[in-house]
Design a binder for this molecule. Structure first.
Ligand SMILES: [Fe+2]
Ligand SMILES: [Fe+2]
Length: 467
């Protein structure tokens, strides 16, 4: 089961060769995926040798193989964590019963929606980032961008495998549609809002991988608890790859912050080609608030249903003592008669907010590390996560205006201040003006500090992309 046949057309550890029908269906999807990659994947660079890691198994030490590869030749494969034959439902109405290896009919639609929604984010982010190769601040960063891109492609493969294997004809149709929607397209947009926002420069890319990929981590972790075992096993391995994406985001922003601090000591940051800390704060506000929306409504019967059915759990369900959540409550802020109050909400209905709360703590740990860099540079400034009610487009806060402090504002107050809190056209124009490519090994753009170390124990000045 866990042997990997890398000489197969589609590398996999699911014994694809043992299911000819499935193998044929996926081999028919593969050229369409490659067409999509060539159409909507990274612009340029497709014929270059990129130093990339490829998943070749799920063994904890040794799953990744590093080498130069041209992106269209990347070996996108299907890897699931090995099956635990004794695994039981860890939560919900079926707690303690054996997990499912097939889709239960009564939950088919709910499960398909979960898989499709997750699957849609993967190609969406590749589309959002497709032009960034023209303006990379270094070869190291260029390589990291492409690493994230090819792995999001593999995550699409992971979800398409589930659709083809377990959902019959409608699964195959959904797999086609995953290649047809387009990020930001008004006729056939991607499913979730943040995945239709342009990621038009590298500061947004780093914020995206910090905050939006981190939403992915929490969604995958909740699905990794699933009582539909193939979904759980798929998501567990995706999380292994996802960690690097958040590393790219967190250390990317950290390096921009460090550079800003260095430049503050010698004059005006912007005049010296850096990105000033207040502007970094605005992009933090933007991408954090967009990413909070991805967790869905604060009080949600969909979340309750998915938990009850054993399809989507909490973050690290094992940490909790009680897994049925009947009769328990979650204390949270809600909007009632135009006022923000704290209230106990039935736990199952509050699960989106429970997951969002875990996510917020994780984001705060990253921001704390950025602030540590600022302190170490001897600068008196603190980056902050805005209140969770700030700038929301989904859920109960979306019809009101809130300051980053959480204070409720009227429209006039909001309009007077929003340019201080979110990037305006001038900020966007300035950042774009800085985005000049630097493609000499080891050299960095003016607005970012070098990385602390290179990839795969190689030096930072390694030729990560062969020119
Ligand atoms: Fe992903
Ligand atoms: Fe990711």
């Amino acid at each position: 089961m866990s042997t990997v046949l890398t000489d197969e057309k589609i590398p996999n550890n699911v014994n694809l060769a043992g299911d000819k029908r499935l193998q044929r269906a996926l081999e028919a999807w593969q050229p369409k995926f490659i067409d999509w990659w060539k159409d909507m994947g990274p612009v340029g660079w497709q014929e270059r040798d990129i130093y990339l890691r490829t998943a070749i198994s799920v063994e904890a030490n040794g799953w990744a193989h590093f080498d130069y590869v041209k992106m269209p030749d990347y070996r996108w494969g299907i890897f699931l964590e090995p099956k635990d034959p004794n695994r039981v439902h860890g939560f919900g109405d079926f707690q303690g019963q054996p997990v499912w290896d097939e889709v239960p009919g009564e939950f088919r639609n709910m499960l398909r929606r979960l898989v499709v929604t997750q699957g849609d984010t993967e190609p969406a982010s590749v589309e959002q980032q497709r032009n960034l190769g023209a303006t990379a601040p270094s070869l190291y960063d260029l390589r990291n961008l492409f690493q994230v891109n090819v792995e999001e492609g593999r995550h699409l493969w992971a979800m398409v495998y589930l659709l083809h294997t377990y959902f019959g004809r409608d699964g195959r149709e959904e797999a086609e549609e995953l290649l047809q929607r387009r990020s930001g397209d008004s006729d056939k947009p991607r499913i979730l809002g943040a995945f239709n926002e342009p990621t038009s420069h590298w500061l947004s890319f780093f914020m995206f991988t910090m905050f939006t990929d981190r939403d992915g981590k929490y969604q995958l972790a909740a699905l990794a608890e699933s009582g539909f075992d193939p979904l759980a096993r798929t998501c567990r391995f995706m999380l292994t790859e996802e960690a690097h994406h958040m590393f790219v985001g967190e250390t990317g922003v950290q390096r921009v912050v460090k550079r800003a601090c260095e430049l503050m000591k010698t004059g005006d940051v912007r005049a010296q080609g850096g990105i000033d800390l207040p502007t970094i704060q605005k992009y933090l506000n933007l991408w954090y608030s967009l990413s909070l929306d991805l967790f869905g409504g604060e009080v949600s019967s969909n979340a309750a249903d998915a938990f009850a059915a054993g399809l989507k759990g909490r973050y690290k369900e094992d940490r909790y003592e009680e897994h049925k959540l009947i009769g328990s409550h979650f204390r949270m802020e809600v909007l009632e008669e135009g006022r923000v109050i704290e209230k106990d909400i039935a736990m199952r209905n509050a699960l989106n907010e429970v997951l969002r709360t875990e996510y917020i703590k994780d984001c705060q740990r990253g921001v704390d590390r950025w602030n540590k860099t600022i302190r170490e540079e001897g600068i008196d400034f603190e980056l902050r996560l805005p209140d969770h009610k700030f700038h929301r487009q989904i859920g109960m806060w979306s019809n009101n205006r809130f300051a980053p402090s959480g204070e409720m504002l009227d429209d006039a107050q909001w309009n007077a201040r929003k340019g201080d809190w979110l990037p305006n056209d001038q900020d966007e124009g300035f950042i774009k003006s800085l985005m000049q490519p630097v493609y000499e090994p080891g050299k960095m753009a003016s607005w970012i500090a070098p990385p602390a170390k290179g990839i795969n124990a190689l030096p930072a000045e390694f030729e990560y992309v062969r020119l």
